[in-house]
Design a protein around this ligand. Structure first.
Ligand code: WTA
Length: 664
């Protein structure tokens, strides 16, 4: 952890706190909003009773006995209750007469490649997939890996697992074979679901070949179910690999959903921590579904029979799990599911999708908003975006410029913006304005949701006053909270519940402004946020030092105008490796590839600087704080604890000359 509770932003974000613009909820929005005045007071009066009332929106096979059993750090929500998550997301809507409602308008990356999937269709697809998984020997409790592009089968596969009580572990398609293998081994999965490949800006990318490579290290995986998406040639292992269209399509479209304990594991989602090993965040069934459905209903104001909702994120991240799959489907919403990048088929692709499907609610990340901003306001202006009524943001702090651009050029100055703070660990949104109730400020996530209690504390755990910053903590258990780190209860306790006893430590810096409203300031630990994706500095350092010519590596996240943060690596080489400029340049290229194959292309450093030495304290600790100053072109902080203070000046000089030489 750094010693800077302001998130180490060097004061840039603190300047935001002088923001004076305020946007009141539009009266017509407020008149029809799902969140009613008084909701905060009502929830605060008895949070557990309030969550229990939200839980009544789901269909339970057996009612819970107690709302919460809490023995820090272990929570059981809706203890004794039983339900099936897939039944709640699909079947019950069909049984209620909404089978003809569209669940997904799926838009493939190639133009014209579209599918419309109603709730009745989804029910049949999920039942067939569940029957196929049973045929492959999947039983309740078995972990199933999912490594798929953004195609309907990804949602179907997740729900089929949920239906069987087999926790899924979805790995983002951009992760490498090595990263996939580590996750598969940690989860001890026996079955994996993939596709031959996926589309990315017109080109096809390989998925099954990566999985095949990963599985060389995972002999316990006995079945691979593969969707044919791109039609590319793929290797085939007889006895292990089967095609989705061979095995799933011939199954019955009926399947009886069993009910599971509210605390039955629903899924694992691996995320980066401060050490090299990613942690398998465990979510369970009842509380998670209550949390995602409730927050989706209140924060996104969903009206299932009117809205067209679009979370423009990948299913491989928690945002896709909670706000493409579980929350929207539990609420019976109609969503857009888009396979590609914002510029696939032209930089106006998003605006065309919104216009065509009359999208009313859009949820995306600041990094994407900044990219769209760079492409210019003429593109959104050329399309009819008047169907939009609400905009959301997630993944990193949103800068006021991006917020204002989003409001004006996408939301036509009429749509409320909800800046939503949460994490893989929290399962769902914890901090956000409620549209129709909360006046918003550009860049502020504003306040904890009803039923949620957060605070900002100093290093000793004392709440800070208004106008001050510190560490974000959550004071009370919440239904969507992680139940643990897969296979590592001690790491769970240590990471989240030891820094401030009795409170959940989020790892984020935050400030309360003069009005007591909350501003999130970014991570205070060694986790970077690259385009809204969490990557640990340690993970990248491990990848770099795995290269035979590297002696030591230090990695920092430096602020970046588009991606939020960019990865900058400082590397020392062994012996007489890479002495000439040419050898150095070749090594830098090789190192970027090493990182891509260890983690994935998303983790490739923006810049790698080869240096004879790294700045160290007398106890041998690398001073990353100073390297961050270097990477962000700031005046260097305190260098007195260094063994050799000249080292950092030397690196600073090297950095500057590298940049003038255009090596960046
Ligand atoms: C950051 C993504 C500021 C934060 C849902 C958190 C945010 C990490 C916001 C979790 C926001 C997410 N404002 N920062 N609205 N939302 N973050 O697990 O640092 O991929 O700890 O979950 O993203 O990232 P994760």
């Amino acid at each position: 952890m750094t010693d800077r509770p302001d998130g180490g932003d060097g004061g840039a974000l603190s300047a935001l706190l002088h923001e004076t613009r305020r946007f009141e909820p539009p009266a017509d929005f407020a008149a029809r909003a799902n969140a009613r005045p008084g909701i905060y007071e009502e929830a605060a009066a008895d949070p557990e009773a309030w969550w229990a009332r939200q839980a009544e929106h789901l269909t339970w096979d057996h009612h819970w006995d107690r709302v919460l059993d809490w023995e820090e750090p272990s929570a059981r929500w809706f203890a004794g209750g039983r339900l099936n998550a897939a039944y709640n997301c699909v079947d019950r809507h069909v049984e209620a007469g909404h089978g003809g409602r569209v669940a997904f308008h799926w838009v493939g990356e190639p133009e014209g490649d579209i599918r419309t999937i109603t709730y009745a269709d989804l029910q049949a697809m999920v039942c067939r997939a569940a029957n196929a998984l049973v045929e492959l020997g999947v039983e309740a409790g078995d972990r199933v890996m999912i490594y798929l592009p953004m195609i309907p089968e990804a949602v179907v596969a997740m729900l089929a697992c949920a239906r069987l009580g087999a926790p899924h572990s979805v790995v983002f398609g951009g992760f490498s074979a090595e990263a996939l293998a580590a996750r598969t081994l940690d989860a001890d999965a026996r079955v994996a679901i993939t596709a031959d490949g996926g589309y990315r800006r017109g080109a096809t990318s390989a998925l099954k070949p990566n999985l095949d490579e990963a599985l060389e290290r995972c002999p316990a995986v006995r079945s691979v179910l593969a969707v044919r998406r791109t039609g590319q040639e793929v290797a085939w292992k007889e006895g292990r690999d089967v095609w989705w269209h061979d095995v799933v399509d011939r199954q019955s479209d009926r399947h009886e959903a069993a009910s599971f304990d509210a605390e039955h594991p629903l899924y694992l989602m691996y995320t980066s921590g401060t050490t090299a090993a990613p942690k398998g965040i465990l979510h369970t069934t009842g509380g998670y579904l209550v949390h995602t459905a409730t927050t989706h209903r209140l924060v996104f104001d969903i009206k299932p029979d009117e809205d067209v909702y679009w979370t423009a994120a990948d299913i491989g991240w928690v945002t896709g799990h909670s706000y493409i799959v579980y929350g929207p489907l539990a609420n019976g919403a109609t969503s857009v599911l888009y396979e590609g990048t914002p510029d696939a088929g032209g930089r106006d692709r998003w605006w065309r999708i919104i216009e065509e499907y009359k999208v009313s609610i859009l949820y995306t990340a600041p990094t994407t908003i900044r990219t769209l901003m760079k492409w210019g306001e003429d593109l959104p202006a050329a399309h009819d975006l008047t169907s939009l009524r609400l905009l959301g943001s997630v993944g990193e702090p949103i800068n006021p410029e991006a917020w204002m651009w989003y409001r004006r050029h996408v939301g036509g100055d009429r749509c409320p913006i909800v800046d939503t703070w949460w994490q893989t660990e929290t399962g769902g949104i914890l901090i956000a304005p409620l549209p129709g109730i909360t006046a918003t400020k550009p860049g502020a996530a504003m306040a904890a949701l009803p039923g949620v209690s957060v605070d900002v504390v100093d290093g000793d755990g004392n709440p800070v006053g208004n106008g001050e910053g510190g560490y974000l903590v959550v004071d009370r258990p919440w239904p969507g909270m992680l139940r643990g780190i897969w296979g590592d209860p001690e790491r769970y306790r240590q990471t989240y519940w030891s820094r401030f006893p009795g409170r959940y430590f989020a790892g984020d810096g935050a400030k309360k402004d003069e009005d007591g409203d909350l501003w999130l300031l970014g991570r205070v630990d060694d986790v970077m946020n690259i385009s809204g994706h969490r990557i640990s500095t340690t993970e990248v350092e491990h990848a770099l030092v795995s290269h035979p010519q590297v002696a030591e590596a230090a990695v920092v996240g430096a602020s970046d105008p588009t991606t939020g943060q960019g990865i900058v690596a400082f590397v020392t080489v062994k012996g007489d490796a890479a002495q000439s400029d040419e050898e150095g340049a070749a090594l830098v290229v090789a190192l970027r590839e090493t990182v891509a194959s260890a983690i994935g292309p998303i983790a490739k450093p923006r810049q790698i600087l080869l240096t004879p030495e790294l700045p160290k304290t007398r106890s041998g600790k690398i001073m990353r704080r100073l390297l961050r100053d270097v990477a962000e072109h700031r005046e260097l902080g305190d260098v007195t604890t260094l063994v050799d203070p000249t080292v950092v000046n030397m690196i600073d000089g090297k950095m500057q000359s590298a940049e003038t030489a255009g090596e960046d």
